[in-house]
Design a protein around this ligand. Structure first.
Ligand code: AMP
Length: 275
């Protein structure tokens, strides 16, 4: 059984003599991708804290904050016993409603995901730094599935000298390639099949990856084969800067893709060796 905490004070008291703490922030609707992070956390720490909090600050108007799946009992049931769950109400983290002070994700926060979802990364970083200040873990574990999030959290830790190590776990996929996501449960059967275009585009880019141009061409052809996938972006970025790589780039790039399938926005990414 997991231990449940809903208040900051009670969680802090519980963590006073908790030894080495690893922390896994989530929005719940837990799947095997989240559980992979939890198992990594268990390996490196005496105490593992999983937060389950659907953060209103990182959702824009018209996004799925209201319908985001919430089932705390089901989430607790799939977590390994001994894990500490922190599941605060919105009023516990934001007692005054909106926050006065929030973090800025900077220029990269306005690109790709941030271009389509203005303010998303400011809201994400703000809740992550709040949670880090509450849990004060030695290690925080994130999934590579959200590549731009990982990039920005790393930068936040570096830029603000936060005393925490970051561990990044590889993306967990269905056998057919679809990256696990809490939002996959919104997909109808035909939409799920359309959603395979994202991982197919990443595989095509990997297979064709002599140059940036050949990788992009192959990925775009794979995406065009599923015309009902409404592609937001496909690009190849430098993992060190999250900026698009130049045509003559050699080395490991990250291929990133986002598309809307029906009303569901999906993202995925994979490493691609160029040059
Ligand atoms: P979320 O609940 O969507 O905010 O995700 C919480 C954490 O789980 C983030 O660090 C995600 O990157 C990670 N995550 C989500 N899906 C996957 C996946 N398929 N594989 C690995 N990690 C994942």
């Amino acid at each position: 059984m997991t231990e449940l905490f809903t208040t900051i004070d009670a969680l802090r008291a519980r963590l006073e003599d908790a030894g080495r703490v690893a922390f896994v922030p989530t929005m719940g609707a837990l799947h095997d991708g989240h559980l992979a992070l939890v198992h990594r956390a268990i390996q490196v720490a005496d105490t593992v804290v999983v937060s389950i909090f659907v953060n209103p600050l990182q959702f824009g108007e018209g996004e799925d904050f209201g319908r985001y799946p919430r089932d705390l009992d089901a989430d607790r049931a799939v977590l390994p016993s001994g894990v500490i769950v922190f599941a605060p109400e919105v009023t516990e983290l934001y007692p005054d409603g909106d926050v006065q002070v929030r973090l800025s994700a900077g220029a990269i926060g306005d690109t790709f995901e941030g271009k389509t979802r203005p303010g998303h990364f400011d809201g994400m970083l703000t809740v992550v730094v709040k949670l880090l200040n509450i849990v004060t873990p030695h290690v925080v574990v994130f999934g590579q599935k959200d590549a731009q999030q990982v990039f920005l959290v790393r930068r936040m830790i570096q830029d603000l000298n936060l005393p925490v190590a970051i561990d990044v776990a590889p993306t967990v996929r269905e056998p057919d390639g679809l990256a696990l996501s809490s939002r996959n449960r919104y997909l109808s059967e035909p939409e799920r099949s359309t959603a395979l275009a994202l991982s197919a585009a990443l595989s095509a880019a990997t297979d064709a990856s002599a140059t940036r141009e050949s990788a992009v061409t192959a990925a775009k052809a794979a995406l065009a084969a599923e015309p009902t996938a409404d592609v937001d972006y496909f690009d190849l970025v430098d993992p060190a800067t999250f900026l698009p790589v130049p045509d003559d780039f050699a080395g490991e790039a990250t291929a990133i893709v986002a598309a809307r399938v029906g009303t569901t926005r999906l993202i995925d990414n994979a490493p691609v060796i160029l040059g």
